[in-house]
Write a protein that binds this ligand. Structure first.
Ligand code: MLT
Length: 234
Protein backbone atom coordinates (compact mmCIF):
# COMPACT_ATOMS: atom_id res chain seq x y z
CA UNK A 1 0.00 0.00 0.00
CA UNK A 2 1.33 3.48 -0.83
CA UNK A 3 1.98 5.87 2.01
CA UNK A 4 1.51 9.54 2.82
CA UNK A 5 4.07 11.61 4.71
CA UNK A 6 3.76 15.24 5.79
CA UNK A 7 6.65 17.73 5.80
CA UNK A 8 5.59 20.52 8.17
CA UNK A 9 8.15 23.09 6.95
CA UNK A 10 10.63 23.59 4.07
CA UNK A 11 13.32 23.53 6.77
CA UNK A 12 12.59 19.79 7.18
CA UNK A 13 12.35 18.75 3.51
CA UNK A 14 15.99 17.53 3.47
CA UNK A 15 14.85 14.72 5.83
CA UNK A 16 12.58 13.29 3.13
CA UNK A 17 13.58 11.04 0.22
CA UNK A 18 11.48 12.48 -2.61
CA UNK A 19 12.65 10.14 -5.38
CA UNK A 20 9.79 8.17 -6.96
CA UNK A 21 7.22 10.21 -5.02
CA UNK A 22 4.64 12.90 -5.75
CA UNK A 23 5.00 16.07 -3.72
CA UNK A 24 1.89 18.11 -3.03
CA UNK A 25 3.02 21.64 -2.19
CA UNK A 26 0.52 23.60 -0.10
CA UNK A 27 0.47 27.23 1.00
CA UNK A 28 -3.17 27.90 1.84
CA UNK A 29 -2.65 31.59 2.72
CA UNK A 30 -2.19 32.29 -0.11
CA UNK A 31 0.34 31.12 -2.74
CA UNK A 32 -1.12 27.76 -3.78
CA UNK A 33 -4.66 29.14 -3.53
CA UNK A 34 -3.56 31.82 -6.04
CA UNK A 35 -1.97 29.27 -8.36
CA UNK A 36 -5.12 27.12 -8.34
CA UNK A 37 -7.38 30.16 -8.87
CA UNK A 38 -5.16 31.49 -11.66
CA UNK A 39 -5.19 28.34 -13.77
CA UNK A 40 -8.92 27.86 -13.11
CA UNK A 41 -9.48 31.45 -14.32
CA UNK A 42 -7.64 30.92 -17.60
CA UNK A 43 -4.07 32.01 -16.85
CA UNK A 44 -1.89 30.04 -19.34
CA UNK A 45 1.07 29.29 -17.07
CA UNK A 46 2.49 30.39 -13.73
CA UNK A 47 6.25 30.41 -13.16
CA UNK A 48 7.22 30.15 -9.45
CA UNK A 49 10.61 31.65 -8.61
CA UNK A 50 12.34 32.08 -5.24
CA UNK A 51 13.74 35.63 -5.59
CA UNK A 52 12.46 39.10 -6.49
CA UNK A 53 15.33 39.51 -8.95
CA UNK A 54 14.43 36.35 -10.89
CA UNK A 55 10.82 37.59 -11.08
CA UNK A 56 11.83 41.08 -12.22
CA UNK A 57 13.93 39.64 -15.07
CA UNK A 58 10.96 37.63 -16.37
CA UNK A 59 9.03 40.88 -16.94
CA UNK A 60 11.17 41.34 -20.05
CA UNK A 61 10.39 37.82 -21.25
CA UNK A 62 6.64 38.22 -21.71
CA UNK A 63 5.52 37.51 -18.15
CA UNK A 64 3.27 39.56 -15.95
CA UNK A 65 4.88 39.66 -12.51
CA UNK A 66 3.48 38.92 -9.04
CA UNK A 67 5.46 39.50 -5.85
CA UNK A 68 4.59 39.35 -2.17
CA UNK A 69 6.71 39.69 0.94
CA UNK A 70 5.35 39.56 4.50
CA UNK A 71 1.82 39.48 3.13
CA UNK A 72 2.13 42.71 1.14
CA UNK A 73 2.52 43.42 -2.59
CA UNK A 74 6.09 44.44 -3.51
CA UNK A 75 6.47 47.81 -5.27
CA UNK A 76 7.24 47.66 -8.98
CA UNK A 77 5.43 44.37 -9.72
CA UNK A 78 2.09 44.00 -11.53
CA UNK A 79 0.23 42.25 -8.70
CA UNK A 80 0.77 40.90 -5.19
CA UNK A 81 -0.52 37.54 -3.95
CA UNK A 82 -4.29 37.87 -3.79
CA UNK A 83 -6.34 35.12 -5.50
CA UNK A 84 -8.72 37.85 -6.68
CA UNK A 85 -5.91 39.42 -8.72
CA UNK A 86 -5.45 36.12 -10.56
CA UNK A 87 -9.11 36.24 -11.68
CA UNK A 88 -8.62 39.45 -13.65
CA UNK A 89 -9.69 39.32 -17.30
CA UNK A 90 -6.35 40.76 -18.52
CA UNK A 91 -4.48 37.62 -17.38
CA UNK A 92 -6.56 35.14 -19.42
CA UNK A 93 -4.24 33.21 -21.75
CA UNK A 94 -1.26 35.08 -20.31
CA UNK A 95 1.81 34.01 -18.31
CA UNK A 96 2.49 35.13 -14.75
CA UNK A 97 5.80 34.85 -12.89
CA UNK A 98 5.41 34.82 -9.11
CA UNK A 99 7.58 35.01 -6.00
CA UNK A 100 6.21 34.81 -2.46
CA UNK A 101 7.62 34.59 1.04
CA UNK A 102 7.14 30.83 1.48
CA UNK A 103 5.06 29.08 -1.21
CA UNK A 104 7.39 29.51 -4.16
CA UNK A 105 10.37 28.55 -2.00
CA UNK A 106 8.66 25.29 -1.02
CA UNK A 107 8.15 24.50 -4.72
CA UNK A 108 11.79 25.18 -5.60
CA UNK A 109 12.85 22.92 -2.69
CA UNK A 110 10.75 19.98 -3.95
CA UNK A 111 12.39 19.39 -7.30
CA UNK A 112 13.89 15.96 -6.39
CA UNK A 113 10.41 14.53 -6.56
CA UNK A 114 9.03 12.59 -9.52
CA UNK A 115 6.24 15.10 -9.76
CA UNK A 116 5.15 18.32 -8.04
CA UNK A 117 1.45 19.19 -7.87
CA UNK A 118 -0.27 22.14 -6.22
CA UNK A 119 -2.76 21.62 -3.40
CA UNK A 120 -5.26 23.99 -1.79
CA UNK A 121 -8.71 23.66 -0.24
CA UNK A 122 -10.02 25.06 -3.54
CA UNK A 123 -9.00 21.87 -5.43
CA UNK A 124 -8.87 19.34 -2.56
CA UNK A 125 -10.96 16.56 -4.15
CA UNK A 126 -9.24 16.93 -7.54
CA UNK A 127 -5.86 16.44 -5.87
CA UNK A 128 -7.10 13.42 -3.89
CA UNK A 129 -8.62 11.76 -6.97
CA UNK A 130 -5.37 12.21 -8.92
CA UNK A 131 -3.22 10.73 -6.14
CA UNK A 132 -5.51 7.71 -5.73
CA UNK A 133 -5.38 7.06 -9.48
CA UNK A 134 -1.62 7.50 -9.64
CA UNK A 135 -0.90 5.27 -6.66
CA UNK A 136 2.58 6.62 -5.91
CA UNK A 137 3.91 7.48 -2.44
CA UNK A 138 3.05 11.04 -1.46
CA UNK A 139 4.76 13.80 0.52
CA UNK A 140 2.59 16.78 1.47
CA UNK A 141 4.99 19.74 1.72
CA UNK A 142 3.66 22.55 3.92
CA UNK A 143 5.15 25.97 3.04
CA UNK A 144 4.76 27.23 6.62
CA UNK A 145 5.99 30.69 7.60
CA UNK A 146 9.70 31.54 7.28
CA UNK A 147 10.68 27.98 8.19
CA UNK A 148 8.15 27.73 11.00
CA UNK A 149 5.00 25.63 11.31
CA UNK A 150 1.66 26.94 9.98
CA UNK A 151 -1.78 25.81 11.14
CA UNK A 152 -3.61 26.32 7.84
CA UNK A 153 -1.17 24.22 5.77
CA UNK A 154 -1.30 21.41 8.35
CA UNK A 155 -5.10 21.49 8.28
CA UNK A 156 -4.94 21.03 4.51
CA UNK A 157 -2.59 18.06 4.97
CA UNK A 158 -5.09 16.53 7.40
CA UNK A 159 -8.00 17.15 5.04
CA UNK A 160 -6.14 15.52 2.16
CA UNK A 161 -5.11 12.48 4.19
CA UNK A 162 -8.71 12.10 5.37
CA UNK A 163 -9.66 11.64 1.68
CA UNK A 164 -6.76 9.24 1.05
CA UNK A 165 -6.73 7.09 4.19
CA UNK A 166 -8.62 4.15 2.63
CA UNK A 167 -6.04 3.86 -0.15
CA UNK A 168 -2.83 5.03 1.56
CA UNK A 169 -1.16 4.22 4.86
CA UNK A 170 -0.16 6.87 7.36
CA UNK A 171 3.59 7.28 6.85
CA UNK A 172 4.54 9.33 9.93
CA UNK A 173 3.41 11.18 13.06
CA UNK A 174 3.05 14.47 11.21
CA UNK A 175 0.39 12.86 8.99
CA UNK A 176 -1.35 11.37 12.02
CA UNK A 177 -1.32 14.71 13.87
CA UNK A 178 -2.51 16.61 10.80
CA UNK A 179 -5.52 14.30 10.55
CA UNK A 180 -6.34 14.76 14.24
CA UNK A 181 -6.09 18.54 14.00
CA UNK A 182 -8.30 18.58 10.89
CA UNK A 183 -10.89 16.21 12.41
CA UNK A 184 -11.21 18.63 15.34
CA UNK A 185 -11.53 21.75 13.18
CA UNK A 186 -13.31 20.65 10.00
CA UNK A 187 -16.77 21.86 11.00
CA UNK A 188 -15.27 25.24 11.89
CA UNK A 189 -12.54 25.59 9.29
CA UNK A 190 -12.78 29.31 8.51
CA UNK A 191 -13.02 30.33 12.17
CA UNK A 192 -10.06 28.08 13.03
CA UNK A 193 -7.91 29.52 10.23
CA UNK A 194 -8.90 33.09 11.07
CA UNK A 195 -7.16 32.40 14.40
CA UNK A 196 -3.88 31.40 12.70
CA UNK A 197 -0.75 33.57 12.88
CA UNK A 198 -0.70 34.34 9.18
CA UNK A 199 -4.41 35.21 9.09
CA UNK A 200 -3.68 37.75 11.82
CA UNK A 201 -0.84 39.16 9.69
CA UNK A 202 -3.12 39.40 6.66
CA UNK A 203 -5.89 41.06 8.64
CA UNK A 204 -3.45 43.93 9.20
CA UNK A 205 -3.54 44.32 5.40
CA UNK A 206 -7.33 44.20 5.54
CA UNK A 207 -7.68 41.15 3.32
CA UNK A 208 -10.27 38.96 5.09
CA UNK A 209 -12.01 38.14 1.80
CA UNK A 210 -8.84 36.43 0.59
CA UNK A 211 -8.89 34.19 3.66
CA UNK A 212 -12.55 33.30 3.12
CA UNK A 213 -11.87 32.34 -0.49
CA UNK A 214 -8.76 30.30 0.46
CA UNK A 215 -10.87 28.31 2.96
CA UNK A 216 -13.48 27.36 0.34
CA UNK A 217 -13.45 23.60 -0.38
CA UNK A 218 -13.66 22.28 -3.96
CA UNK A 219 -14.45 25.53 -5.75
CA UNK A 220 -12.29 24.41 -8.71
CA UNK A 221 -11.68 21.12 -10.53
CA UNK A 222 -8.15 22.06 -11.62
CA UNK A 223 -4.78 20.39 -10.98
CA UNK A 224 -1.71 22.62 -11.38
CA UNK A 225 1.52 20.66 -11.88
CA UNK A 226 5.11 21.69 -12.52
CA UNK A 227 6.42 20.99 -16.02
CA UNK A 228 9.76 22.38 -17.17
CA UNK A 229 9.72 24.93 -14.36
CA UNK A 230 6.21 26.29 -14.98
CA UNK A 231 2.83 25.42 -13.50
CA UNK A 232 0.24 24.36 -16.05
CA UNK A 233 -3.04 22.52 -15.83
CA UNK A 234 -2.77 18.70 -15.74
C1 MLT B 1 3.61 32.93 1.21
O1 MLT B 1 4.12 32.40 0.23
O2 MLT B 1 4.21 33.09 2.22
C2 MLT B 1 2.21 33.35 1.26
O3 MLT B 1 1.57 32.97 0.19
C3 MLT B 1 2.15 34.73 1.73
C4 MLT B 1 0.90 35.49 1.46
O4 MLT B 1 0.35 35.36 0.39
O5 MLT B 1 0.45 36.22 2.31
Amino acid sequence: MQKVEVCLSPELIHLFDLKGKIVVVTDILRATSCMTTGLASGVAQIKPVATLEECRVLKGQGYFTAAERNGAKVEGFDIGNSPFSYMEEKFRGKNIATTTTNGTLAITKSTHADEIIIGSFLNLSTVAKYLINTGKDVVIHCAGWKGNYSLEDTLFAGALFEKLHNDFECGDDATNSALSIYSAAKNNLLETILGSSHAKRLKKHNIRKDIELCCTIDKYDVLPYLKDGVLIEK
